[in-house]
Design a protein. Sequence first.
Length: 464
Amino acid sequence: MQGARDGHRVAMTGHNARHRGGLQRSRRRRRSGAAALALLTVSLVLPLAGCVDAAALFPVGPDTASGALAAETVASLDAALVEGMDLAGATGAIAGVWAPWAGEWLASPGTVGAGIDPATGRPAGGGALNTDMRFRIGTLTGAMTCTVLLRLVEEQRVGLDDPVSQHLPRLPGVQGITLRQLCQNTAGLGHPDLESQFVNNPTRQWPALELVSGGLGSTRAGQPGRVWNRSDAGVQLLGMALEEATGDGWPELYRRYVFEPLGLRDTSYPEPRDFDLPGAHPNGWAVALDTGTPDCTRPIDVTQLNNSMSGVAGGAVSTLGDLKTWSQALATGGLLSPDAVEQQWRSVREDGAPEWRRYGLGAEQLGPMRGGGGAIPGFLSATLSDPESGLTVVVMVNDSSAGAEFALVLAQRLAAIAADAPAPDGRADAGIELPWTAEDATAQMRLNAVCPTGTAVNQAAPVG
């Protein structure tokens, strides 16, 4: 599911002059071999580890800085996050940056957003956020779903290029489509625009077959394997096929292949009728959508939500700390064999996208970093992690109106700031070369904004 302003936009396209300038201005920094080795070693040991403590996966060692980032870097990250929160029309945000050569930064500005301020008509109040709160991760869930697929391929329970019809022989319209294509969004399926129905009726039960049939019955983007076109219906179709192939439900599949191996104790896949978020959490908001147009005067509290609207394409719940662990494991291939990692990152490019932005199985490659953006009514989130340097970014805002692309560009801005973080005490620099700058990402954030509050803009928040 995409936000109201997503469409087919790609952040900072190859035709964007700011991107070209960003390539010229990107700094080359020497990579930390020790940090890279520590992260990549995970891919060799994790499949044998079972349920382990997340700290054991990415330990703080002599070559990893464990304190706070430099004050100047923190100030820039704080300003970027507050502007991102305001441009998204959100009441709060939760974010973390981990730069092994320089330190870490955690932030949770704003409020939970438990009601409407009668003076402004906007969401407000409810007390302060904290970085341990749970939130819906939206379409970031798709990367977990595709990781389950790859684990099942390793166990020879399914084949990556199995035709969908092999597992769902009675379902019409799936001829020529493979499991790989569903994960990579190259099955040619359409993307029905149901967002206004999701936002305006968030607790409705959606049968998976109804949503899948919408994708199969809509105008096709092309022949299977030919064109990249995002389709949540395709990921849900994958979910149906893997349930049929294994006889297991998705709560069990996630637990066995993702949550327990990584020790993700605060990550869950709620049952569809479990409308409430578990534990302490922000409220989730979205503006009303009448005929697809955002109505900024009508914010809707969609905290209570039936995750059947996105299912295995977007139904998981997590926390900042768990998403850090997950995003690093995704980037390094920590849950997979080397062959499966190679398959996951055998990427394709959307027509018109810059060369540095490509799509693997369930996740994106943006320059040296891996991850993606997620959306579900009420929440936007994004993760990025560099498998070599260990630089990792996780961010969430509690208003979904601006779409997943907005969250991803906000993560890119935070990553660009952190990539230039100075190393304390003479430690080695990371050597990260990003094909975008903080200025590039800031401009794109402002372009993608929907229903901004105007606070950060009026305060002339710094770009970096």
